[in-house]
Design a protein around this ligand. Structure first.
Ligand code: SF4
Length: 414
């Protein structure tokens, strides 16, 4: 995770870049997850210790922009959005990259339309075994740039291990998400596999684990979410759980514990190991760090929170969910959603809505800020600048920081 990737400059940011560099210099082992503070007087921004581009996203960006550079004149296709950020995807489109599928797998350009000279990029989420096979069949396997995040591949490896040990693989994830579709495809090569979204579906699954429902009811309850070789009467006796890398850690823990308890009470403690593979979750480091940093941010208190990220970004939605549990939290894709100090456009329960009266008239005002793993730091900068502009504040003020963290100021003033 220590690699420096080649990222286009326009994704970087002068303000956030300096804050992050300062924190990295003063705390290279990431032991301190308290927020950074940018004090503009009337407004104080409290900025999460961890947010923004993760290893997998930077890796995918480097590979994708590298593929464009190495293949001038060729047609370049991404299997779907490279990451879930509209600005990054729009920039790639402007450079001529086309997307073969929508996020949910709906075909935009059929594989049959590709030519042998085309370039195909697998996004950070990975892709299905079936898609790779199709690309091979038309002779494109040597023209694939694979930007699959290594942390997603780790989930596939865990699935393979579970499958080889005879466990049915339960995937805690969103069945329509590219990553979970790819993991499901990889998992079912090894063993029967099933996707559950949340505790409610875990409870439904428990019903069948106890042998309480019919196969017809199972088929109805998990339509489109299990492999065709899964017979609920045979294949729910031994299970192991893996997760989409970006789920909410508390949900993941609760579901895994719940299923473990179900197995224990049904088969007995002495037989638990045989029936339930007791493995750690497969959330990635960025998901864990960002969620932990948000918890520390919430502990530090504020008047409201801004969570910045693409509206189809799973990891951002979970940061928002965490924030929402404690204080008013607005999920915005960029600074343009801040219409005025009276109105803000934001995502709420899957709908883009306009909220009024979001900016309290309080002095000083403390605003908590974080962003998803697919959000460029430049977008966070723009949000801070937008608020500073609307409040008539200057960002030329020196960056402030929590007491005793002078290295941030040193970096900022360079
Ligand atoms: S959020 Fe995690 S799994 Fe997804 S690209 Fe980033 S590091 Fe990889």
């Amino acid at each position: 995770m220590g690699r420096n990737f080649e990222i286009p400059d326009f994704f970087r940011s002068p303000v956030i870049g300096k804050i992050k560099a300062g924190r990295k210099a003063s705390d290279p082992r990431k032991k301190d997850i308290s927020p950074s503070i940018l004090d503009l007087g009337r407004v104080r921004f409290k900025i999460a210790r961890h947010f923004g581009f993760c290893f997998g996203v930077e890796n995918a960006i480097e590979i994708t922009y590298g593929a464009l550079k190495e293949n001038p004149g060729r047609r370049v296709f991404l299997l779907s959005e490279m990451i879930h950020n509209p600005h990054v995807n729009a920039d790639l489109k402007a450079r001529g990259v086309e997307f073969l599928q929508e996020t949910d797998g709906t075909v935009r350009i059929p594989i049959a339309d590709l030519r042998p000279t085309d370039i195909v990029i697998v996004p950070a989420f990975g892709t299905t075994f079936e898609m790779l096979k199709q690309l091979e069949e038309i002779g494109l396997e040597k023209r694939i740039y694979n930007a699959t995040c290594p942390f997603v591949e780790k989930v596939w490896n865990r699935s393979h291990e579970l499958g080889q040990k005879g466990y049915t693989i339960i995937i805690h994830g969103k069945h329509y998400h590219e990553e979970t579709r790819a993991t499901f495809s990889q998992a079912r090569l090894q063993a029967p596999a099933l996707i559950i979204r949340d505790m409610k579906e875990a409870q439904t699954l428990a019903h069948y684990i106890r042998g309480e429902g019919s196969p017809e009811e199972f088929a109805r309850d998990f339509l489109g979410k299990y492999s065709s070789d899964l017979d609920p009467e045979k294949h729910l006796q031994r299970i192991g759980v893996v997760n989409q890398t970006t789920m909410l850690a508390s949900d993941t823990r609760a579901i895994s514990k719940y299923l473990r308890d179900v197995m224990e009470s049904f088969y007995g403690r002495e037989n638990l190991r045989y029936h339930f593979a007791d493995t750690r979750d497969t959330l990635c480091y960025a998901t864990s760090e960002n969620q932990d940093a948000v918890k520390a941010l919430m502990e530090s208190r504020g008047d409201f929170a801004l969570v910045i990220g693409g509206y189809n970004s799973s990891n951002t939605s979970h940061l928002h969910k965490l924030m929402q549990s404690r204080l008013p939290a607005y999920y915005i894709k960029d600074a343009l959603e801040i219409l005025s100090l009276t109105e803000i456009r934001c995502l709420e329960a899957g709908q883009v809505v306009i909220r009024e009266g979001w900016f309290p008239d309080r002095h000083p005002l403390e605003i908590l800020i974080t962003a998803g793993a697919s959000s460029p730091d430049a977008l966070v900068d723009q949000v801070i600048r937008r608020i500073a502009d609307l409040c008539g504040l200057s960002l030329d003020l020196p960056l402030a920081e929590p007491e005793n963290r002078s290295s941030i100021r040193e970096q900022a003033s360079q």
